[in-house]
Structure formats: structure tokens, C-alpha cells
Design a protein around this ligand. Structure first.
Ligand code: PHE
Length: 467
């Protein structure tokens, strides 16, 4: 089974072996240079297009505050436990998903880790297409301004060669940063980008409050329509969103935690990361809805589709003249920054797997994998329906199934998860509840959700290919 003799203290002996020079791979493995560095990178991974673009369009489509409340419940009950599981596995093994699952469960678990890497690959390929739109909109706001007919504009730039070009540009930036390594690339960018993003989102939410019709926007956003929210479709979307937004179910958080030392307090990190992630999503709603309502553009979000934000908001900014152009610039810069730090984590999963499992050098891994992701994204760049489908498959199937597997693995398969989570430090308060949730709550909830999301997603796939 390839288990290490003492799994509980395995990372400690790896560390000692590294220090003594025995563990070559370990000694040369990069680490975060400060605890704020890890925190900024992890929050950077969580906060992204999921908080601003995906959260807003789902909230509009699925009934406002009731959807938000459900998403919050899923974050608390299944998101945080799975987040802590990922941090525990990654830090304990000092490896990304393939190595970590093998470390704690034996060789046969490698396949699951490999599936995570494939999911990261898939998500990044379409995520980068949307990020490419935001990059284009930011550059346009800065230079020529976004045309008044925002719908026509979005139609002409969201698909085809233009979309591919900006997707490739965004991937190139991602590749340069990840190529710099964990502490000198990802961390250095995140410690600047995250505070910047936070300031921008707060400023934009405050600006939203000054607009004339903002009350209408808040009412729409914060009015709970529970009758609507209890439909299965909304439940599935809220669960998928909880995982997507926290970057869970595919090893991103695990990979980042593999660069942590044993001193980190994982329970606290999980709470803080989840709070920051929810906080930014909530603030994003406070900025998006008033702006759209102030200009009477709610029709565009009412029948929300994945592109609604890229039509309604630029439309609103164009109506506002000079101020709008400036506000639009800040908004799209915030989106680009959020998207970039999330893309770094998705790409690091793929790159670190190639380094650890295939023995490639970092530059080689970045180059080959980056080109492959860019090529795979061509489908989503050429056809928005493909992008939508990839998003559904990734979230409603892969991330949820990945979360289920992680909960079962940590709750039932792994030895002594509690000892590993606290790593001999601090108290184990709350960790009993954590294991209880992983064993008895997360799996049934996710099985229930998957029971409905699998047929629905397969049907959408079938409809796409059949006609
Ligand atoms: N959490 C990121 C966002 O909200 C997306 C993401 C998903 C990043 C999965 C990494 C892994 O935009």
C-alpha cells in the first residue's frame, strides 16, 4: 500500500530528513515566507470571479437573499469542514493532491488525486476565458471606453478570436507569476493584490450606496424569496457555489497548504479564509445591485445568464459618463485582480503535480501545461454555450464529487485526522465536531445534491451534443 511507517508524524520526519539533507525533494521544496503570505494566497484563491461574477449572476437568477442564505448554510456545514480537511491533508503530506492522498491512504488513492488535477485543468481553461473578458473590459475602460451598446459589444467580444486572444494573454500573465515559484511568484503578487482588491470592493460598495435608486437594488438583493429557494435546482447551485467559491473539491487549498509549516493553526485559518470569502461575495452584491438598479437595468439581470454582468454593468457605466468610466475601470480592475489570484492557485495544482509526479522542472511544467490549458480553453472561447457547459460539469459534478470523496477520505479512511489537523499544537476544541460533520453530515448532504445534479447535468450535456 506504500504507507509510511509513522503517518501521524510523517511530515515531521520529512522535515527532519530535509534539514539533515536526507530528503532531497523536501529540502528544495518552496515554502510561504510568512503566515500572511499563505493567508493572502489562500484568500486570493478563494476570492475571484466566483465572488463577483458567479455569485451575482446566480443570486439574480436564483431568487436573491434566499439563495445567499442557502449558500451561507452550505459554506458553514460542508464548506468549512472540507476546507479544513484539505488544509490538513496538504500540510501533513507536504504534497499536492496526488502525493497527499497516497501519503495518507496508500497508492490506490492516487487516482483520485489525479482526477483533482484534471479538474483544475478543466476549470482553469474556461475560467481564463472569462478572466480574458474582464481584462479586455479593464483595458477598454482605461483607453477608449466601453461602447454604449453594451449588449452588442459583449456579443462581439465574448466569442471567437478576440476572446481567445485575451484568454491567451491572461494565461501568459498567470504563467509568468507561477513560473516565479511559490514564495517569489504567487506570494509576492498575493500580498499586494489582496489588500488592493479589498479596498476596491469596499470603495465600490460605498459608491453604490450613494446612487439614487440604490434602495431598489438592496431590496432586490436582500429580499428573501424562500418559496423559490427551496427548489432542487437552487439547492444544487448553492452547494456548487459554496465549493467553487472556496476553491474546494479539487486540491487547490491542499496544494497551497503543502507549502505551510507545522506551526500554522489550521482551524483558525479555515474560519478566516471562509469569512473573507463570504464577506467579499456579500460586498460584491452590495456593489453590483445598486449600480444596476440605479440605471434601471434590472431587466438585464432579471433574466440572468452567465453574461448578464458583462452587459448590465458596462451599460450602467456607459450611462454615467465620465464618472462611470472611472468606476468601471475600478470595477474591472477588481475583477482582473480577483481572477488572477484564483487562476494562480488553479495553475499551481497542475504545475506542482507535474513537478512532483513527473519530475519536471518548474519552467518546463509551466510552459507545457500553460500551453495545453490555453489550447483547451479554445472551445470555451469560441462558444459561450461550451463555457457554460464546462462550468456546470466542473461545479455540479466534479467539485461536489471531489468534496464527497475528500470528506469520506478524511472522515473514514485516514488515521487520526484530528491529531493531524492540530499537529500537536493548540487544543482540539471543535475538531470532534469537525470529524462528525465529515463522517455523518457532509457525505449524505452531498449525495443528496449529486443525486439531483448528476442527471440534470448529464441531460444538459446530452442536449448540447444532440442538438
Ligand atoms: N474560488 C475561485 C473563485 O471564486 C475559483 C476557484 C475554484 C479557484 C476552484 C480555485 C479552485 O473565483
Amino acid at each position: 500500500m506504500g504507507r509510511l511507517p509513522s503517518r501521524r508524524y510523517a511530515s515531521e520526519d520529512l522535515h527532519i530528513r530535509g534539514v539533515l539533507g536526507g530528503g532531497v525533494a523536501q529540502a528544495s521544496r518552496d515554502q510561504w515566507s510568512s503566515s500572511f503570505g499563505f493567508f493572502a494566497a489562500a484568500v486570493g484563491s478563494a476570492v475571484g470571479l466566483g465572488n463577483m461574477w458567479r455569485f451575482s449572476y446566480l443570486t439574480a437568477e436564483k431568487g436573491g437573499a434566499a439563495f445567499v442564505a442557502l449558500y451561507l448554510v452550505f459554506t458553514l456545514v460542508i464548506g468549512i469542514p472540507v476546507l479544513l480537511a484539505e488544509l490538513t491533508l496538504g500540510r501533513g503530506a507536504q504534497k499536492g493532491p496526488i502525493g497527499a492522498l497516497a501519503h495518507f491512504g496508500g497508492e490506490r488513492w492516487k487516482a483520485l488525486g489525479a482526477l483533482f488535477v484534471v479538474t483544475g485543468f478543466l476549470i482553469l481553461s474556461y475560467y481564463s476565458v472569462i478572466a480574458g473578458w474582464t481584462l479586455r473590459y479593464a483595458l477598454e475602460s482605461l483607453t477608449v471606453g466601453i461602447p454604449r451598446d453594451a449588449a452588442a459589444h459583449f456579443g462581439s467580444v465574448s466569442e471567437g478570436a478576440d476572446a481567445f486572444l485575451f484568454h491567451a494573454l491572461f494565461m501568459a500573465i498567470t504563467m509568468v507569476i507561477v513560473g516565479g515559484g511559490v514564495s517569489r511568484g504567487i506570494e509576492r503578487v498575493s500580498v499586494v493584490a489582496m489588500p488592493l482588491l479589498f479596498v476596491l470592493v469596499c470603495a465600490l460598495a460605498l459608491y453604490g450606496a450613494t446612487l439614487e435608486n440604490s434602495a431598489g437594488g438592496y431590496r432586490y438583493y436582500l429580499n428573501a424569496d424562500f418559496a423559490n429557494a427551496l427548489s432542487l435546482d437552487v439547492l444544487v447551485a448553492a452547494a456548487g457555489q459554496a465549493f467553487f467559491s472556496l476553491s474546494l473539491g479539487m486540491g487547490a487549498m491542499m496544494t497551497f497548504a503543502s507549502y505551510l509549516t507545522r506551526e500554522a493553526h489550521l482551524t483558525r485559518e479555515s474560519w478566516v479564509i471562509a469569512s473573507a470569502d463570504f464577506g467579499v461575495a456579500f460586498l460584491a452584491g452590495l456593489m453590483v445591485f445598486p449600480i444596476i438598479f440605479a440605471l434601471g437595468l434590472q431587466g438585464a439581470v432579471g433574466e440572468s445568464t452567465l453574461g448578464a454582468l458583462f452587459v448590465a454593468l458596462p451599460g450602467a457605466f456607459a450611462e454615467m459618463g465620465g464618472t462611470g468610466r472611472f468606476v468601471g475601470l475600478l470595477f474591472f480592475v477588481a475583477l482582473v485582480v480577483g481572477a488572477l489570484t484564483s487562476a494562480l492557485s488553479l495553475f499551481e495544482v497542475v504545475v506542482s503535480a507535474a513537478i512532483d509526479e513527473l519530475g519536471w522542472s518548474r519552467p518546463k511544467a509551466v510552459l507545457i501545461m500553460g500551453v495545453l490549458v490555453t489550447l483547451l480553453g479554445a472551445g470555451a472561447a469560441w462558444n459561450i454555450a461550451v463555457l457554460d457547459l464546462m462550468d456546470q460539469v466542473a461545479n455540479n459534478l466534479f467539485l461536489l464529487a471531489g468534496g464527497l470523496a475528500l470528506a469520506v477520505f478524511t472522515g473514514w479512511v485516514m488515521d487520526e485526522p484530528i491529531a493531524e489537523a492540530r499537529a500537536g499544537l493548540g487544543s482540539s476544541r471543535g475538531l470532534g465536531i469537525w470529524r462528525f460533520l465529515l463522517r455523518w453530515v457532509v457525505p449524505p448532504v452531498l449525495i443528496f445534491v449529486l443525486w439531483h445534479s448528476v442527471p440534470a447535468t448529464l441531460e444538459n450535456l446530452w442536449m448540447f451534443f444532440a442538438g
